[in-house]
Ligand binder design. Structure first.
Ligand SMILES: *Cc1c(COP(=O)(O)O)cnc(C)c1O
Length: 498
């Protein structure tokens, strides 16, 4: 199967090339030329499989230039250890309609792990297949969750260096500790002065810097990306929607073929897009409910068909969704427009030049058929954490609270009573000050671990050991650097001499 660029269908590569390269040279994103299908017998036969076996089936359909053995080994390495649940992604029912898909049981306690535990396996094999350089340098700009997920995924991986930049003071305390204490010889973590946008822009510049790329090539090293624009991060996410559907059938919650809606707290549109792909493959999914926080560029887009990035960036208590340019939306536009690369190219250049674009009436109609979008503000996020805990005895994090509130809005608006899978994207203990504050406004914890402890006392919900273990771990990376030093930091970590 070939992969094509969303901005130029004549650019065609194999899946290994798409993964090794990350992004197409014309700035477009790689997508499969045709979407593979599940037959109904196949879905039926997958009922008796475990998570890993289901992953092999889904991956096998997309990564046709990988051997069965390569896929099986990759899946085994990603999911046999590292997740604190034998299901990898367990489903918890909090009401007959609300089925919570817990995606945070991996090493960093956020949903990014499901993809980032597998990506290094796929990427190292892809680089070998495409006869790339003998060493890969993975550059990451992160506002929190991607950083730790990528560090855990790539630490100790042979012939790889992982280099993470984050905005100094711009991540939660647990996120800081997770990154600053990271072990491994091939890891580097750097706090950069400025905000996330500055860091991300500087990383993009390093990626494309011709002089630096030349220096790397002389040492047989190439840059790669672990961001969610990489197809290798999207395909592992299709797996868990397929898995979750089959689990609901196995539990008797639904019958095979019954439609299930999906509600996702959304930032870069990677997670919800994977659900859309699962539906196109034949998993019986219904409506997609896209939940934004106060940075509601996506829910506005779904309501109006106009994407407008001219708006203030708001810092919220669900920071992993604080985003104004949602890069994976480009892939949805490509699909909804009937693979119209000319239109996608035009919209993306309008977004760059004038800051907005308006999709055609045909695309807007399809968008409205498939998606519902709304947002949840800060006050409602707090109230939802408390309401869901008190009324349904479920402790959720702030991102998941945004999703649960938007789901409530959707049900009131549509009267649609279809059972719904709600993506739960982080452990509440990653954002324990917001969660404790929502449950007990009078709490005055003295520090992060006191806060975690008080939350556990109050709720009885156990703290994941990945978070408890951070206490007392030596800090390896604490220095802050000015942006101008980023390129030098990359060279130093890679041992490049000029
Ligand atoms: C990254 C992240 C999201 C947003 O996911 P997208 O795929 O970018 O839409 C939501 N919640 C948490 C906790 C995250 O880490």
């Amino acid at each position: 199967m070939k992969y094509i660029s969303t901005r130029d269908c004549s650019i065609q590569v194999d899946s290994a090339q798409a993964i090794a390269q990350g992004i197409s040279k014309d700035g477009g994103l790689f997508v499969p030329q045709t979407i593979p299908q599940f037959t109904s017998q196949e879905l039926q036969s997958m009922l008796s499989m475990n998570y890993q076996q289901r992953a092999c089936v889904v991956l096998g359909k997309y990564l046709t230039d990988f051997s069965e053995q390569e896929i099986a080994e990759s899946v085994q390495a990603a999911y046999s250890t590292g997740f604190d649940s034998s299901d990898v992604v367990p489903i918890v029912e909090i009401s007959p309609k609300e089925q919570i898909m817990e995606l945070w049981h991996g090493p960093s306690c956020a949903f990014k792990d499901v993809a980032l535990q597998l990506l290094p396996q796929l990427l190292t094999r892809a680089v070998q297949k495409t006869q790339g350089a003998s060493k890969s340098a993975i550059l990451v700009a992160t506002s929190g969750d991607t950083g730790k997920g990528a560090l855990e995924g790539f630490a100790g991986v042979e012939n790889t260096e992982i280099i993470v930049f984050y905005p100094a003071g711009g991540v939660s305390r647990v996120q800081y500790l997770q990154m600053a204490t990271q072990v491994g010889d091939n890891v580097g973590v750097y706090a950069i002065e400025g905000n996330f946008d500055d860091t991300q822009t500087a990383v993009k510049k390093i990626f494309t810097d011709p002089v630096l790329n030349q220096l790397l090539a002389e040492d047989d090293i190439q840059f790669s990306s672990a961001n969610s624009i990489n197809w290798g991060r999207l395909v592992p996410q299709i797996v868990y929607y397929t898995h979750a559907y089959l689990e609901l059938v196995n539990k008797g919650t639904i019958t095979m073929g019954e439609k299930v809606n999906v509600c996702v707290p959304t930032g870069n549109f990677g997670n919800i897009l994977a659900a859309y792909y699962a539906k196109q493959m034949g998993v019986p999914l219904g409506r997609f409910i896209c939940a934004s926080n106060q940075n509601n560029v996506l829910s506005d887009f779904i309501q109006t068909g106009r994407y407008d990035r001219h708006r203030d960036f708001v810092m919220t208590t669900s920071p992993s969704m604080d985003i104004v340019i949602s890069s994976n939306l480009e892939r949805l536009l490509f699909l909804l427009s009937g693979q119209n690369d000319t239109l996608v190219r035009q919209w993306m250049s309008e977004l760059g030049d004038q800051g907005y674009y308006q999709v055609t009436p045909e695309v807007f109609e399809k968008l409205q058929q498939e998606f519902f979008g709304s947002f949840c503000d800060e006050e409602n996020t707090q109230q939802t954490v408390a309401r869901v805990y008190q009324a349904q005895n479920y402790l959720c994090d702030t991102h998941t609270a945004v999703a649960l509130d938007v789901y409530r809005q959707y049900r009131e608006f549509s009267l649609d009573e279809t059972k719904t899978l709600v993506a739960c994207t982080a452990s509440p203990y990653k954002f324990s000050d917001s969660i404790l504050g929502a449950l007990n406004p009078n709490a005055r914890p003295v520090d992060e671990f006191d806060c975690i402890h008080q939350l556990e006392e109050l709720t009885g919900v156990p703290v994941p050991k990945q978070i408890l273990e951070l206490k007392g771990q030596p800090i390896r990376f604490s220095k802050e650097y000015p942006q101008e030093e980023m390129a030098q930091l990359v060279k130093t970590q890679l041992g490049i001499k000029e």
